[in-house]
Write a protein that binds this ligand. Structure first.
Ligand SMILES: [Fe+2]
Length: 170
């Protein structure tokens, strides 16, 4: 961003000075952008499965997927706003999410009910790995708000993966 002599941006806003260097802020924001893309993609897949699930477990899975997509939908906002607090723009288009996400888009043909559960177990575990990868960056930079956000996301993704996995175990 262009700066004048006082370190302020062209707009007149002072340069960000929160005690985390610009390189660290950029790296953490980059990691959080991947986490945002993964979370959004998993949100959409879960909502898709809420619409398209069939079979004898319809009621259970339809309701369970609704709880899960609602949680994921609520999670994207704090992740995006943390990226903004670190001085970077949050990605917010399907093109950006497709480029950044580490998980695949929802399947075009709706899978059978238990295959949906399998896709979601793997999705939650993949998002947990994305969140865990950012943790050392946030920790070393003294970025407690990001570390706190990551801890919360890890708790949810690992618990949800366990609950979904339990549906597949005898
Ligand atoms: Fe619905």
């Amino acid at each position: 961003m262009p700066k004048n002599k006082s370190g302020a941006n062209k707009s007149g806003a002072p340069a960000i000075n929160i005690g985390i260097g610009s390189k660290d802020r950029a790296e953490i924001a980059g990691g959080l952008s991947k986490l945002l893309a993964d979370t959004y993609t998993l949100y959409l897949t879960t909502h898709n499965f809420h619409w398209n699930v069939t079979g004898p477990m319809f009621n259970t899975l339809h309701d369970m997927f609704m709880e899960q997509y609602t949680e994921l939908w609520n999670a994207v906002d704090p992740i995006a706003e943390r990226i903004r607090s670190l001085g970077h723009y949050a990605p917010g288009s399907y093109a950006d999410f497709g480029r950044l996400a580490t998980i695949a888009d929802a399947p075009t043909e709706p899978p059978k009910a238990l295959d949906m559960v399998r896709v979601l177990v793997e999705g939650h575990e993949a998002v947990a790995r994305t969140a865990r990868e950012i943790f050392p960056l946030a920790d070393e930079a003294g970025d407690e708000p990001t570390a706190d956000l990551l801890t919360q996301r890890l708790t949810v993704h690992e618990q949800t993966a366990w609950m979904l996995r339990s549906l597949l175990e005898e």
